[in-house]
Design a protein around this ligand. Structure first.
Ligand code: SF4
Ligand code: SF4
Length: 179
């Protein structure tokens, strides 16, 4: 026969019940941080953006970039793996036959809707030829016109060629370039 064991509730001390101790600790932390930020500025977490910009961590997923072949052409072979894997359905590709018989296809049109993108990185994972990356260290700037959120092949390739220059976290406005 099953027995029921009743556990006595642990009685909290007066100090715990009053919350004054924890309240005092919280105020002490805030006060210490306040004076550190004013006099030492070592722990100041507020960044005066955009004048002041911090480098993003390496794992940060930034704007997409399309990689280049050695001859400068786009590396993408229009296999559609990225657009198939994209859960937000924001990659649109139109494939075309390449004039070079060694290359089967290329993207005549390659557009990413950066406003719709949820920055999951699935497209990068799905790409079999490392043609798309999200290590640009760039982030989307606010869009005032919905049309500028569509990044076309040329823009994505420009970001690809800028990649070395932007690895330090510099922000460049590319949305208004040719799509
Ligand atoms: S990061 Fe995710 S949502 Fe954005 S384009 Fe790639 S697969 Fe789609
Ligand atoms: S970027 Fe990669 S996955 Fe996407 S279509 Fe091009 S080759 Fe395929």
């Amino acid at each position: 026969m099953a027995t029921t064991k009743v556990l006595a509730r642990k009685r909290r001390s007066v100090r715990d019940r009053s919350y004054l101790w924890e309240l005092g600790r919280g105020i002490a932390v805030s006060t210490r941080q306040f004076f550190r930020n004013i006099f030492a500025r070592r722990d100041l977490f507020t960044v005066q953006y955009p004048e002041e910009q911090r480098e993003y961590p390496r794992r940060y997923r930034g704007l997409h970039r399309l990689m280049h072949r050695e001859d400068g052409q786009v590396r993408c072979v229009a296999c559609m793996c990225c657009s198939t894997a994209c859960p937000a359905d924001c990659i649109h590709i139109v494939a075309a036959e390449h004039e070079d018989p060694r290359i089967e296809k290329y993207p005549a049109l390659f557009v990413i809707d950066e406003l719709r993108c949820i920055v999951c990185g699935f497209c990068v994972e799905a790409c079999p030829c490392d043609a798309i990356r999200m290590d640009s260290q760039l982030h989307c700037e606010p869009f005032t016109d919905r049309r500028t959120s569509f990044f076309g092949k040329n823009v994505l390739m420009d970001i690809g060629s800028l990649s070395n220059a932007v690895q330090g976290g510099r922000i460049k406005k590319l949305a208004n370039s040719e799509h």
